[in-house]
Design a binder for this molecule. Structure first.
Ligand SMILES: [Zn+2]
Length: 189
């Protein structure tokens, strides 16, 4: 189903949103807020690190992502390009949009670390940091959802298969995301 949020009227925008001018220097620093929640997002990162999934097999990771987004009352679309997930968050009345992207797949690498959250899947490891990318984007999503300090729409794109398996191209080819010329970013369609 093709959904064009930008051609639809603004009643998507929740009237209870408290819009904050992002240029208002008296607004709370989002970095400080996220720092305060660091243990929560570090735990997600370590959980994903412990359970690495390679290209198009990111089923467990996608579940974690979808669950975390829904917990923030972010609209979630799953099963995109196989295991991809997109979160959709709106605030205010602007029709502007931006896409923030993370990748979720691990590598075919044997992990030699001995810390507690080392990979439990022999021959697979988050050796490229996609566990961190995923956790960081979830942190950004959580903060933006809680404070909604923007005017427009944010698409949180969690793509599968970044490591040479063309996950982003597949999301584009399937029409999940496409360039927005005037915004320099991506949108979910
Ligand atoms: Zn990578």
């Amino acid at each position: 189903m093709i959904r064009d949020y930008h051609s639809e009227p603004a009643e998507y925008m929740s009237p209870k949103n408290d819009i904050v001018d992002v240029d208002d220097m008296t607004a709370p620093d989002p970095r400080a807020r996220i720092q305060a929640r660091l243990p929560e997002f570090a735990a997600i990162r370590r959980d994903i690190h412990r359970h690495p999934e390679t290209a198009y097999e990111e089923f467990r990771t996608a579940e974690i992502v979808a669950h975390a987004l829904r917990a923030c009352e972010i609209e979630v679309v799953t099963g995109l390009a196989g295991t991809g997930v997109v979160g959709i968050l709106r605030a205010g009345t602007s029709k502007r949009a931006i896409g923030l992207r993370a990748d979720m797949d691990a590598l075919d690498v044997v992990e030699l670390n001995d810390f507690a959250h080392r990979s439990i899947h022999s021959g697979k490891m988050h050796g490229c940091g996609h566990d961190g990318h995923t956790a960081m984007l979830l942190a950004a999503a959580a903060d933006l959802a809680e404070h909604r300090t923007f005017d427009g729409c944010v698409y949180f794109v969690f793509q599968p298969a970044e490591e040479g398996k063309g996950g982003a191209k597949r999301m584009i080819d399937e029409g999940t995301i496409r360039p927005v010329p005037d915004a320099g970013c991506v949108r979910y369609a």
